[in-house]
Design a protein around this ligand. Structure first.
Ligand SMILES: [Zn+2]
Length: 402
C-alpha cells in the first residue's frame, strides 16, 4: 500500500548547535511515531473493510468479509517500540453477521491480544537485560530516549528465555565439558545454589552450550542430562565428558549411554591443595611441596601422543606414581588427600588411553566467567538467574540473537 505522508511542523530554536538539533529531532520523532502508527494502521483497516477482505475472519463467528467500522478513534492503548512507548488510539470494528465488536489494532500491528510489545522488541530488551544489569539497562536505554523501567526489562528477560532451549548437536564433536558455579540467590546465605553448565566442543574448535540448570551442589546433574540422553545415543562413538568434579554425579548416565569420564587434570592439583589444608598440612611445608610437585607431574601430559605402546607405558608409569603418592598419604595420616586421589584416579587418563582430545575444563571455565560477569550483580531468584544466563550464553555461544 502506498501512503502519502505530510509532515509540517514549526520548530523554534535559539541556536544551531548539534545537540539542540538532535534534541529537536528527538521531540519530533516522539510526536511523529504515534501519528505514523495511527495513520498507517487506519489506512490498512479501511482498505480491509472496504474491500470486504475475504481473508479476514470475525474473531467470534468466523465469517469473512463481514466487518464494518465501529470507531476509528477508540480507547487509547500503550504500545512499546524500540524507541519509546507510544499511545495510540484503537480501531474498533463490528461484525455484521454476529454483532460482535472488537479492537483490531493489535492484530494489524502483529501484537498478541492484551500484550503491548512485539516478540521482536521483547527479545531486544531481553538481550539488553541479559548483557547488563537491570539498572544499567535502564540507564543506557534512557540515554537513547527510552522511558522504560527496570521491571519492564526484567519481564522481557524472563519471557525471552522461555523461547530458548539447549541441546546437543549430533553434527558436532562427541565430547564436552561440565562444570558448576555457585550463584547468589535471594534468601540464601552465600552462594547457596549451583548453576550447572554443559558445553559441547565444535569441530571448528569453538564451543556451544548443550545444557544448563540450577540446583543444589553436586546434585541434579541428572536433570540436566536426562533430556539429552536421546541425543547422546545418536553419537556413534562414546561421548567423552570432562569434568572438574566427582564423576559419581554423572554415573547415572552409564548404562543408558556410552560415556567416557575424564577428570580435569588442571583442577586436580588445585583441589589437592584444599585437601592438604584439610589434613592439617602447612602450606609450603616440605610435605606440601612433595605432594604437590608429585601430583603436578602426574597430571601434566603432552598432547598428540599417538604411539599405542608409548601411551600404555606412560599411563602405567603415571598410575604407579599416583598409587605411590596415595600410599604415602595414607601412611602419613593424610586421609582426606588419600581418599580424594583414590576417587579421582580411575578417571585421570581416560582421554589419553582412548586417544581423545580433552584433558581440562578450560572451555567451560571461560563460559563461567561470562556467566559470573552478569550473575555477580545483585541477588537472584532461581528462575531469574537461570533465565538471564540462558539468554546470555545463547547469545555468546549458540548464535542466538535478538
Ligand atoms: Zn461475527
Amino acid at each position: 500500500m502506498k501512503i502519502e505522508l505530510h509532515v509540517s511542523k514549526i520548530i523554534e530554536l535559539s541556536n544551531p548547535k548539534l545537540e539542540t538539533i538532535v534534541g529537536i529531532f528527538q521531540v519530533i520523532t516522539q510526536e511523529l511515531l504515534p501519528r505514523l502508527i495511527d495513520g498507517i494502521v487506519l489506512n490498512f483497516a479501511d482498505e480491509m473493510i472496504q474491500n470486504e477482505d475475504k481473508a479476514v475472519r470475525c474473531e467470534r463467528c468466523g465469517s469473512s468479509g463481514t466487518l464494518r467500522w465501529k470507531t476509528r478513534h477508540g480507547e487509547m492503548t500503550k504500545i512499546i517500540t524500540i524507541f519509546q512507548p507510544v499511545l495510540i488510539s484503537q480501531l474498533q470494528v463490528e461484525c455484521v453477521n454476529c454483532n460482535h465488536r472488537y479492537y483490531i489494532t493489535r492484530r494489524l500491528l502483529g501484537i498478541a491480544p492484551r500484550k503491548n510489545i512485539t516478540d521482536e522488541t521483547k527479545r531486544k530488551l531481553g538481550l539488553i537485560g541479559a548483557l547488563a544489569s537491570f539498572r544499567v539497562s535502564e540507564k543506557i536505554t534512557s540515554l537513547f530516549g527510552w522511558r522504560l523501567d527496570k521491571m519492564m526489562i526484567w519481564r522481557c528477560v524472563q519471557q525471552t528465555a522461555e523461547e530458548i532451549e539447549f541441546d546437543l548437536d549430533p553434527e558436532e564433536e562427541a565430547n564436552g565439558e561440565a562444570d558448576g558455579t555457585g550463584i547468589p540467590i535471594q534468601g540464601i546465605k552465600k552462594r547457596g545454589k549451583e548453576l550447572k553448565v554443559f558445553v559441547q566442543n565444535k569441530k571448528n574448535g569453538g564451543i556451544r552450550i548443550a545444557g544448563l540448570s540450577i540446583g543444589d551442589y553436586d546434585k541434579d546433574w541428572g536433570a540436566l542430562f536426562r533430556p539429552l540422553i536421546p541425543a547422546l545415543q545418536r553419537f556413534v562413538q562414546p561421548f567423552l565428558l570432562v569434568t572438574d568434579g566427582d564423576t559419581g554425579a554423572f554415573k547415572a548416565l552409564q548404562g543408558k549411554v556410552r560415556v567416557l569420564f575424564q577428570r580435569c587434570l588442571w583442577h586436580i592439583p588445585y583441589q589437592m591443595s584444599y585437601f592438604l589444608w584439610k589434613d592439617g598440612v602447612k602450606r609450603k611445608s616440605d610435605v606440601w611441596y612433595d605432594c604437590m610437585s608429585q601430583l603436578f607431574d602426574v597430571c601434566s601430559l603432552r598432547e598428540h601422543i599417538d604411539d599405542e605402546t608409548v601411551i600404555q607405558k606412560l599411563v602405567s608409569l603415571k598410575k604407579r606414581r599416583l598409587n605411590k603418592l596415595i600410599g604415602y598419604c595414607r601412611s602419613s595420616g593424610l586421609t582426606s588427600c588419600a581418599s580424594y586421589l583414590s576417587n579421582a584416579r580411575h578417571d585421570l587418563f581416560t582421554s589419553l588411553e582412548n586417544k581423545l582430545k580433552g584433558y581440562t575444563t578450560s572451555h567451560v571455565e571461560r563460559v563461567m566467567r561470562t556467566v559470573n560477569l552478569r550473575i555477580n550483580v545483585g541477588k537472584w531468584s532461581l528462575k531469574g538467574a537461570l533465565n538471564s544466563t540462558k539468554i546470555r550464553l545463547a547469545y555468546y555461544y549458540n548464535g542466538w540473537d535478538a
